[in-house]
Design a protein around this ligand. Structure first.
Ligand code: PMP
Length: 453
């Protein structure tokens, strides 16, 4: 009890205090600007989760390019957070920036497609497979619409999701397991509807529980990530995905694969890299190089079933939409990103760098005898302050060490490396250099030396 994840509590407290002080001391301009300007925002931040970063106050970014982000106090950080995946291909990739510049003077939103829209459609199929595509602006929306389609096709009420999942602010997926029962997550703001009416939650890697849920006959679809990237990082056990596919076929439910984070796996995402066969494929965040865009696609048979459901509904709102989606700026960026940025060459670089990063962190963990581990999914690396491997969301919830992780994150920033907040995730972009990776490993090791020696 005197330790958190192997680190003595007194030592952690002293480290956290020193790092917080060092951070604040180095950012007087941001502190002053925030004092003057943040009050116009609700809770002092333009997006509520920004208040959850662990530092004494936020930095203000002056600019970012490639794999470096710079703040107004002049600190250049190696960016491994990369907008937590929105900028996984680097900040402002040149072809995307050019496409945005070219479109910028030709109109930003029309309610009508462009020729680039058609080219982007062909590129989506080339990259991800033969799906019939729709464009949304956020992965949250794409998942919401995919769920509507699944319900319309199957005429069933519920989605099956895994405990600890995150698919954006999709109401139905905001459930958790409480002693085997599906309940709404306790932290939800203003939750009114009973989410157990629209979802069943089971543990990842538990095909027995999946089958029991499907046997109720109420499941329209399973919505899952290939890897649970939002609960530490939980890998599928061998045969799990094959089991999901076989069981969904057996019980006539759809399989929705959300690739928003696992696009890190390789060209075409985890689906292409590992041969998954979703009925609906969803990806957002970085698919258009950082411009807000998400896509979702239906296989041909799913599209046929959708057409039938669509033909049989009264005219009027479908529950799917958003006016600014499928705008010409998105198509320009999407086309440029798919054709020129998200390439096999880029993925080779990402894979190689992430492999080196994972190896370096693992080596440091072993050297210090920390009871921690590292998991990697292509360009996505996570260190977890608990022994591994983790097999489901409940185990991941126990592995999470917010107090320790907060101190580590601030310590890394003070040493020039930015990693994703709220967990310990690092992305290697096509422009991340070996020097940046080595610096992150050195910084991590220096912190572990302080915490463990
Ligand atoms: N799917 C997954 C797997 C995610 O991790 C997230 C966001 N972290 C989303 C969907 C939602 O993306 P957005 O917040 O851009 O809507």
């Amino acid at each position: 009890a005197a330790c958190i994840a192997g680190v003595h509590k007194d030592r952690l407290a002293a480290f956290a205090e020193a790092e917080a002080k060092a951070y604040a001391r180095a950012r007087p301009k941001a502190a002053e600007a925030l004092r003057n300007g943040a009050g116009h925002y609700l809770s002092g931040v333009p997006m509520h989760w920004m208040a959850d970063w662990p530092m004494p106050h936020l930095p203000l970014v002056s600019h970012a390019k490639g794999s470096v982000i710079q703040d107004i106090d002049g600190h250049r950080l190696d960016d491994f957070c990369l907008g937590d995946t929105g900028s996984m291909f680097g900040h402002s990739p040149a072809p995307v920036a050019k496409a945005i510049r070219d479109q910028a003077t030709k109109g930003l939103t029309y309610m009508l497609p462009t020729e680039a829209a058609l080219e982007a459609g062909a590129l989506l199929t080339e990259r991800f497979g033969a799906f019939k595509w729709q464009i949304a602006t956020t992965a949250t929306d794409a998942n919401r619409f995919a769920l509507r389609v699944a319900r319309a096709i199957t005429n069933r009420p519920k989605v099956l999701v895994f405990n600890g999942c995150y698919h954006g602010t999709v109401d139905e997926a905001m459930v958790t397991l409480d002693q085997g029962r599906t309940i709404a997550r306790p932290g939800l703001m203003g939750q009114f509807a009973d989410l157990s009416q629209s979802a069943i939650c089971v543990e990842f890697n538990d095909l027995t529980a999946v089958e029991a849920a499907l046997q109720t006959g109420q499941i329209a679809a399973i919505l899952t990530e290939p890897v649970m990237t939002n609960s530490c990082m939980v890998l599928p056990t061998p045969g799990f995905h094959q089991g999901l596919r076989e069981l969904t076929r057996k019980y006539n439910a759809l399989l929705i694969i959300d690739e928003t984070h696992t696009l890190s796996s390789g060209l075409g995402g985890y689906t292409a890299t590992h041969g998954l066969q979703p009925d609906i494929f969803v990806v957002g965040k970085c698919v258009a190089g950082g411009l807000p865009t998400a896509v979702w696609g239906l296989t041909a048979p799913t599209a046929e079933a959708y057409a039938k459901a669509n033909a049989n509904r009264p005219a009027g709102h479908s529950g799917m939409g958003t006016t600014l989606s499928a705008n010409p700026l998105q198509f320009a960026a999407l086309k440029a990103n798919l054709a020129e940025v998200m390439t096999a060459k880029a993925y080779n670089h990402m894979e190689k760098g992430a492999k080196a990063l994972a190896a370096g962190l693992s080596k440091s963990i072993a050297k210090h005898g920390a009871p921690w581990h590292v998991v990697r999914v292509g360009a996505r690396v996570e260190f977890i302050c608990a022994p591994g491997p983790l097999t489901n969301g409940s185990e991941a919830a126990h592995a999470h060490q917010p107090q320790l992780e907060a101190a580590l994150h601030t310590g890394l920033i003070n040493r020039g490396s930015l990693i994703a907040p709220f967990h310990n995730m690092m992305l290697v972009s096509p422009v991340t250099s070996p020097a940046q990776i080595n610096r992150l490993i050195r910084n991590f090791d220096a912190i572990l030396t302080q915490l463990f020696s």
